[in-house]
Write a protein that binds this ligand. Sequence first.
Ligand code: AMP
Ligand code: GLY
Length: 426
Amino acid sequence: MNIMVIGSGGREHALVWKLAQSPLAEKIFAVPGNPGMAELATCVEGLDVKDHAAVIDFARRNSIGLVVIGPEAPLVEGLSDDLIAANIKVFGPSAAAAQLEGSKIFAKQLMKKYGIPTAKYEIFSDADSARSYVEAEGAPIVIKADGLAAGKGVIVAQTVEEALSAIDEIMTQKSFGAAGNRIVVEEFMDGEEASLLAFTDGRTVLPMIPSQDHKRVDDNDQGLNTGGMGSYAPAPIVDQSVLEKAIEKILKPTVAAMSKEGKIYRGCLYAGLMIVDGEPKVVEFNARFGDPETQSVLPLLKSDLVELMSACADGTLDQQSIEWSDESAVCVVLTSGGYPKSYRKGFEIDGITKAKALGALIFHAGTVERKGTLLTSGGRVLGVVTLDKNLRAAVEKVYKAVGVIGFEGMHFRKDIAARALSKSEA
Ligand code: AMP
Ligand code: GLY
């Protein structure tokens, strides 16, 4: 089967890498892809994924049997719906189902209606009422723009002043445009976060191995929020009891609720969890794989990803089982100096071959090839991933591999998985 993967980041490189291992995969096309994916797939430049007719035309001309959509924007824009209407199989939810990520208000109302555990909240469409509510509730408190805001629409305010200025920024100054027409003001949850992703065809739910992302740019969770500085799996904070609760009280009821609402959810359902006193609650849903969680989760998947994704699309996931390695995986993201603020790019990247020789998988995120030389071209440049018998061994191995890679201004966190390690020794 020929497969087309939409996207250009580390998550999509990991998807292509895993899909390519399937005996069912023939030719893989990555749109637009990146130099890492180019080793496994044909990268297609100049195909605008917003032009659904062009994507359909490309898929038909290349006998694509499965389209895998990586990022949220094309999902929310209905690429999946248009492909299905054209009789092309797709992994990724419809626009209506992707509202679970595309509208925080939709997600919160669904959870309230179906009793799915999440933080208490109120919705506001005018700034004055939002301000009065915040003043009455006090801080800490969380302000969220309703729509997609490239991961920047959430402000965890430690003081009332901070919350008020977030309301002003989102609702009055419209920093995120129409995404901020309405906001959610939410109770602050104090706990530990984890990510639980699952395959679903709208009926059956097959959870993946729990993982944890590191969102702040510097060690000890200091500095600005980023797209993700590293991840590891499995995350011991999600022990058997938390996992069972998350499956039975969150994943399964959410998928059932979506079907009941006539918005059948097929694809990867990502639940961002806050674990408070052993109870998982939903922080957010995403309608796609996480980045960089995918880079540490998929290397542990022993089952065939093409089969699983096809079954999600076909509604036959009940006939699949899923098998995981009992190893641990760690992903360290190497970024350009200055990220997530402004940074320079175009620097030569050294040491990838050496890192691979040390047993690392290298997933490209922001790289470009010029005249045979690999250069930095984005904020998050590479994800370095290693697997080993346990988390400690995987962490040691990953930092050895990171140590042989270099480019001007390179930054990375030195404490990926450190909290899980100190806990397991406590
Ligand atoms: P989101 O985009 O909804 O995942 O929010 C981004 C980050 O904000 C999350 O990963 C959490 O760290 C934090 N966050 C969001 N909602 C809450 C909440 N209710 N309580 C505490 N932290 C939160
Ligand atoms: N790692 C967080 C996300 O993909 O949204």
